[in-house]
Write a protein that binds this ligand. Structure first.
Ligand code: GLN
Length: 300
């Protein structure tokens, strides 16, 4: 966090440069290298389509994410890093494309993929029937699920105890959906950033947070006095969102994901980040942090 703030303060003018370079931190040099490599692999694959034709901007693979979701995507210095960032970089490398990251609100990711502003949505995004109406999903690359975070000493011990409580979620996520649809008489506070919801629990402003398990571990490690309840709420799978109009890219992504499972690359990436939960997150350093929820409703 400190590191990020320093960088932020010192380089406000560099912000434009950063966004132009893409938040994955791919350099021009990297791109030149991978382009050469991949011309060869495309030929080997016998694809009739050149990789450059696969994306909205020729030669560039734009992935949309919400970099508030460690260890899948989060800020480190001026880059977005994490499991999904490494997957995006690997896919770009295999396709010989320059990789650019667009960091946006979680609920803007699917619209960005639909409009072609982004080629891929890679955001710890759960395959979900509503989303499937608008985008295609790749084959899943990891299993996940929602958990409950409460303050230590809370009277909430299981999901049943959530009825009637004030529950924080990240706006537009499956956690939001779960609480809104399943918890009787809950007041749902929706945050843009999951960590802000956890801080609200810490400060006693809300009773609980429902959020994905791995970010939950990282957030709780950075918010003293909070804890995760043992019982997971849901079973979900993360996959990559691709436009329904771009089946060629979907096929390439699935091919690369299968290769990554086979050659151990996926395990290597996942273990690198999930193997060490001791490292605290870069807590909301990205903002003039307000822990106010952006939206509140009462669930059915
Ligand atoms: N897995 C959850 C979802 O898809 C949360 C993802 C996120 O917040 N990045 O809705």
């Amino acid at each position: 966090m400190k590191k990020f703030k320093k960088v932020l303060a010192a380089t406000v003018a560099a912000t434009m440069l950063i966004s132009m370079a893409g938040c994955g931190g791919t350099t021009a040099d990297d791109t030149a290298e991978t382009t050469t490599e991949n011309t060869a692999s495309a030929e080997d694959g016998g694809s009739s389509e050149t990789p450059a034709d696969l994306t909205s901007n020729e030669g560039v693979l734009v992935w949309a994410t919400n970099a508030e979701f460690p260890p899948y995507e989060y800020h480190e210095g001026d880059s977005v890093v994490g499991i999904d960032a490494e997957i995006a970089d690997y896919i770009g490398e295999q396709l010989g494309l320059e990789v650019q990251c667009e960091d946006m609100a979680f609920d803007s990711i699917i619209p960005a993929v639909v409009s072609g502003k982004a080629d891929l949505g890679i955001a710890g995004m759960t395959v979900d029937p509503d989303r499937l109406e608008n985008v295609n999903f790749s084959d899943p690359y990891v299993n996940a699920g929602q958990v409950i975070i409460v303050a230590e000493g809370s009277d909430i011990a299981t999901a049943d105890d959530l009825a009637g409580k004030t529950i924080g979620v990240q706006l537009g996520t499956t956690g939001d959906q779960y609480v809104t649809e399943n918890i009787t008489d809950a007041t749902v506070e929706r945050y843009n950033k999951g960590f802000e919801a956890v801080q609200a629990v810490q400060q006693g402003k809300i009773d609980a947070v429902v959020i994905d398990g791995e970010p939950a571990k990282q957030f709780v490690a950075s918010a003293e006095g909070t804890q995760i309840l043992d019982e997971p709420l849901t079973e979900e799978e993360y996959a990559i969102a691709v436009s329904k109009d771009n089946e060629a890219l979907l096929n390439e992504v699935n091919k690369i994901l299968a290769e990554m499972q086979e050659n151990g690359k996926m395990a290597e990436i996942v273990n690198k980040y999930l193997g060490d939960n001791a490292e605290a997150v870069d807590d909301g350093a990205t903002q003039e942090s307000s822990d106010e929820a952006v939206e509140t409703t009462t669930a059915a």
